[in-house]
Design a protein around this ligand. Structure first.
Ligand SMILES: *[C@@H]1O[C@H](CO)[C@@H](O)[C@H](O)[C@H]1NC(C)=O
Ligand SMILES: *[C@@H]1O[C@H](CO)[C@@H](O)[C@H](O)[C@H]1NC(C)=O
Ligand SMILES: *[C@@H]1O[C@H](CO)[C@@H](O)[C@H](O)[C@H]1NC(C)=O
Ligand SMILES: *[C@@H]1O[C@H](CO)[C@@H](O)[C@H](O)[C@H]1NC(C)=O
Ligand SMILES: *[C@@H]1O[C@H](CO)[C@@H](O)[C@H](O)[C@H]1NC(C)=O
Ligand SMILES: *[C@@H]1O[C@H](CO)[C@@H](O)[C@H](O)[C@H]1NC(C)=O
Ligand SMILES: *[C@@H]1O[C@H](CO)[C@@H](O)[C@H](O)[C@H]1NC(C)=O
Ligand SMILES: *[C@@H]1O[C@H](CO)[C@@H](O)[C@H](O)[C@H]1NC(C)=O
Ligand SMILES: *[C@@H]1O[C@H](CO)[C@@H](O)[C@H](O)[C@H]1NC(C)=O
Ligand SMILES: *[C@@H]1O[C@H](CO)[C@@H](O)[C@H](O)[C@H]1NC(C)=O
Length: 838
């Protein structure tokens, strides 16, 4: 196994844990899950013929991709955008609950999780239940975390969309399936054993319990519980509330025997139980010791099957029970699985590919990615609390983080799901209404740490640019949306670490000054270089919407502000013979030098240097080097080419960047860089680079992601790569590459259109890291509904997926003969791009 290197990790916060969890990861000896999972998927893909009707797309999804190698994917049972994601919680590094590493033990099965987040502490994991065999009776049961934890039975883990199962090493099978806010659990005990259950009130993954209560109603067979917990990636001073309702008698089919409560602490060797007691009330422990507590019960008879219904709420315990009653009622486990799979098929069938002629791994990677691209954020509509309590608007939580998702996640959604996209945009704009600024990394119903700036601008901006004609019908008031963006651009928040931007200084200097005396707000004064680059692109989003709404003065102002990336460009810095890099800058205009190699994958001091949100990150860039972030001006690459010394130098520098190992596939600011060759009119080289990026960094195994999925930012990037497209955020432009499948159709049921893209001359032999000589893979021309497109490098949403029809991408084997856009290169602001709204 190759040693873990920084380049294997991705963005959001992974640097924090980089050097703590390596040892445990290397201990994973056998790959989980059950080998049957992959066998089943391969068989399902092979079984599809050109005549197959009613394809079940859930069969191609491998929910375990990204459950190893710090992918942090949750393979739990969820509906699309489900608030509930049932998964087991494991010891060690397991931010999403489950990990494949079988040297880790299972703490319990629980209903709340996030997927793909880089929080090293983990997120949610509240209300764990653990089935147990307690041969010595009630008082012998192991209740606290370290005592009740057990290994899995190796190679038996099994899950698919809407279904999750894991077997403990004592042969108890745990299964779960879910609705949006509730679900069913099914436990199968070995014959002849008496089923016991431990329910945990206090423990969550980040160990953030701040008090709560639990009540057992033995007659009703109902346990209600709730309390307060803290953030997984945000200031510790805020708490959120959550509630659960466990119905444990399966509508009267099961009979309770013993019941009671427990409390314990491993460090204090406390392990207390009270048979018959039904109420627990633990306030926040001010000394800071973690006293765990919960319920413990058993069933009479020797039933091997136990069914438990679970409801969850962020409002009240009563609402948690109501959610279970309304969403599950007395439906069977199989009913809920079937309903969930139907919802997933509705999502997955939005993109249909020619499966018989597509390489199997591509089909599996694509549908697994599309699955995760609808797994988050978590739809908590009707479950809002604190400032958002009783909001009339949609409410989505775990926007983890907008800096990760604006580049590919929302643009992918924009292609086929404007209704869902609009609901999430509504929730972002509501954040501005309730808090003054739109959320950046909001999660756990709490503010999270800001990474680049106000990345929500590029999310709501992308929506406005692509759907302004239908915005009202989709429930979005564009004037409110624009006001929310302007708040980011203009208003200095009290703390820019959790919302908005360091606006006053940025607006005054044209860049975020390093070593400035801040009097107008508080926040961590780090990452001045990368934050300036992100603010500039956020200003571009504001400029785009200003143009749409005919705010002429603002167009001028924000066009100018979007050029601020130039203000941190130090033309004098040289590295590896290349001249000019982004650098942080003092208030007096002088630059503060950072070696462009610092915080890159080949940084010799990378294991001691801080590169993330830490207060002693002094490089000026967030989770990146200056080598990496200096490519970042997606709206004005033409000028960046000039800054770098012209097309030839730009191309040489791009090659050097990849060949030398500065590129980080799992890092969001690098998403568009492999396609940079398009802007210097050499699109064939982008095609080669994307093939290489995909095959070096992605596959169908649990370790098949280059680090955190980042709320499916990676999944949606991979989807675009496989489809041969790349979206420029806050615009309606797509860059055209070479699809990994001969044909795909995108359905947009809101616009009532379908668009089929055919890769003419497609040859599956081109689908490998290096395209073999003589195999067609390079784009000669693009034809849109019978008319040859003006450029073979890009096209516009308004001419393609919005209107529907047929797009033909003609491929040829000779890269050099078609290594030009045969028309315009993709747009840049300074060369007249985006001169008017579509
Ligand atoms: C309880 O935990 C102890 C110590 O971890 C272990 O020895 C014992 O077997 C466990 N009992 C049961 C019933 O699992
Ligand atoms: C599963 O495999 C791991 C790693 O080989 C091993 O440590 C563990 O004991 C195994 N568990 C069981 C229940 O056999
Ligand atoms: C729990 O105890 C606290 C402190 O004594 C009290 O304020 C609160 O009302 C109690 N809550 C319940 C549900 O018993
Ligand atoms: C979110 O939940 C609300 C309330 O059930 C529902 O109306 C809406 O369609 C859901 N949206 C998504 C994207 O799941
Ligand atoms: C902006 O101006 C254009 C051209 O005059 C017009 O067609 C469009 O309706 C205007 N948009 C708004 C939101 O006023
Ligand atoms: C932006 O505006 C400032 C202040 O008016 C001006 O100094 C600067 O040259 C402008 N920048 C660009 C790129 O137009
Ligand atoms: C600008 O400020 C920095 C930091 O105080 C200082 O090192 C530098 O010499 C100053 N530059 C000029 C031109 O005064
Ligand atoms: C780079 O090439 C493009 C496309 O051929 C051309 O439009 C542009 O002017 C060139 N840029 C520079 C700085 O030479
Ligand atoms: C499919 O993926 C698996 C796992 O990464 C790999 O072993 C296999 O070689 C791949 N098959 C092809 C045809 O690329
Ligand atoms: C799509 O079709 C439906 C049903 O035919 C219709 O109600 C709706 O208005 C159409 N939407 C658009 C954007 O044309």
């Amino acid at each position: 196994m190759a040693p873990i290197h920084a380049s294997k990790l991705s963005s959001t916060l992974s640097w924090f844990l980089l050097f703590t969890s390596v040892t445990t990861w290397l201990g994973a000896a056998e790959a989980q899950p059950s080998p049957n999972v992959q066998k089943r998927i391969t068989q399902a893909i092979k079984a599809v013929t050109p005549n197959t009707r009613d394809i079940d797309y859930t069969k191609f999804v491998n929910v375990y991709i990204g459950t190893d190698n710090f992918g942090d994917v949750c393979p739990g049972a969820s509906v699309p955008f489900g608030m509930v994601k049932f998964s087991t919680d494991l010891t060690g590094y397991a931010p999403a609950g489950y990990v494949t590493d079988n040297t880790q033990k299972i703490r319990g099965l629980s209903p709340l999780h996030d997927s793909g987040t880089g929080s090293s502490l983990g997120t949610y994991g509240n209300f764990e239940i653990m089935p147990s065999l307690c041969p010595g009776g009630f008082n012998s049961c192991n209740t606290t975390l370290t005592r009740r934890e057990r290994f899995r039975k190796n190679n038996t883990d099994d899950a698919s969309p809407g279904y999750f199962a894991q077997t403990l090493d004592n042969n108890i099978l745990m299964e779960a399936t879910s609705t949006r806010r509730a679900g069913l659990e099914r436990f199968t005990f070995p014959k002849g054993s008496k089923p016991y259950f431990v329910l945990d009130l206090a423990s969550d993954l980040p160990a953030s319990f701040a008090g709560g209560t639990l009540d057992i109603d033995p007659q009703k067979g109902r346990i209600t519980m709730g309390g307060q917990w803290g953030s997984s990636f945000g200031p510790g001073r805020f708490n959120y509330q959550a509630f659960a309702c466990y119905d444990i008698l399966d509508g009267g089919k099961q009979t309770l025997d013993e019941y009671g409560i427990w409390s314990g602490s491993t460090s204090a060797a406390i392990d207390a139980k009270l048979l018959g007691q039904t109420h627990l009330n633990l306030t926040r422990n001010l000394i800071g010791d973690q006293y765990q507590s919960g319920a413990l019960w058993s069933y009479s008879g020797k039933s091997t099957n136990i069914n438990i219904r679970v409801g969850v709420s962020f409002v009240s315990a009563a609402q948690a029970c109501q959610n279970a009653e309304e969403e599950v009622g007395d439906a069977s486990f199989e009913d809920i699985v079937t309903r969930s799979k139907a919802l997933w098929n509705e999502r997955l069938s939005k993109i249909e590919i020619d499966i018989p002629n597509t390489p199997n791994n591509v089909t599996e990677m694509l549908y697994s990615s599309l699955y995760r691209a609808s797994l988050t954020p978590n739809n908590a509509t009707g479950e809002s609390q604190a400032e958002f309590a009783n909001t009339e608007h949609f409410y989505f939580d775990s926007l983890y983080c907008s800096w990760d998702t604006f580049r590919t996640f929302y643009p992918l959604m924009s292609l086929h799901s404007p209704v869902e996209f609009a609901q999430i945009v509504d929730s972002y704009v509501d954040g501005w209404r309730k808090l003054g600024w739109m959320p950046e990394c909001r999660a756990n119903n709490l503010p999270g740490w800001t990474q680049g700036g106000s990345s929500a601008d590029n999310i709501v901006g992308h929506f406005a640019i692509n759907y302004h004609n239908e915005a009202a019908e989709l429930g979005i008031d564009l004037n409110d949306l624009y006001s929310a963006m302007l708040a980011d651009g203009e208003l200095n928040p009290p703390e820019w670490d959790i919302m908005g931007r360091q606006a006053n200084s940025y607006n005054q200097y044209g860049y975020i000054p390093y070593n400035v005396l801040e009097t107008s707000g508080a926040g961590r004064q780090t990452r001045e270089g990368s934050r300036t680059l992100e603010y500039a692109f956020e200003d571009f989003a504001i400029r785009q919407v200003a143009q749409l709404l005919n705010k002429t003065d603002d167009v001028v102002k924000y066009t100018n502000k979007s050029f601020s990336y130039r203000n941190v460009w130090d033309p004098s810095v040289t590295s590896d013979g290349f001249k000019g890099f982004s650098q942080k800058r003092f208030p007096n205009g002088s630059f503060a030098f950072t070696d462009p190699i610092d915080c890159s994958p080949i940084d010799k001091n990378g294991d001691t240097r801080e590169c993330s949100l830490q207060g002693d990150n002094v490089v000026g860039f967030y989770e990146s080097s200056a080598w990496e972030y200096s490519w970042y001006a997606p709206h004005d690459t033409a000028h960046l080419i000039q800054l770098m010394g012209g097309n030839d130098t730009f191309l040489k520098r791009l090659d050097h960047f990849f060949d030398k190992g500065y590129y980080l596939a799992g890092n969001e600011p690098s998403f568009q860089t492999p396609i940079g060759y398009h802007y210097a009119n050499q699109p064939s080289r982008s095609i080669d680079r994307v093939r290489e990026v995909v095959f070096e960094n992605f596959d169908i195994t649990p370790a098949g992601l280059p680090g955190n999925d980042d709320q499916a930012a990676m999944a949606s990037l991979l989807s675009f790569h496989l489809l041969g497209l790349y979206p420029v955020p806050s615009t309606s432009q797509f860059l055209v590459l070479s699809p990994f499948t001969p044909k795909f159709t995108i359905h947009n049921s809101f616009l009532n259109v379908s668009t089929t893209v055919t890769a003419k001359n497609f040859n599956s032999r081109s689908v490998q890291k290096t395209i073999p000589k003589g195999v067609p893979a390079y784009v000669k021309s693009v034809t849109i509904n019978g008319k040859k497109a003006d450029s073979s490098c890009h096209f516009d949403f308004y001419d393609t997926f919005r209107v529907g029809g047929d797009i033909v991408i003609e491929l040829v084997p000779d890269a050099e003969s078609v290594n030009s856009c045969d028309g315009s290169v993709p747009e840049s602001l300074s060369t007249g791009g985006w001169a008017s709204s579509r």
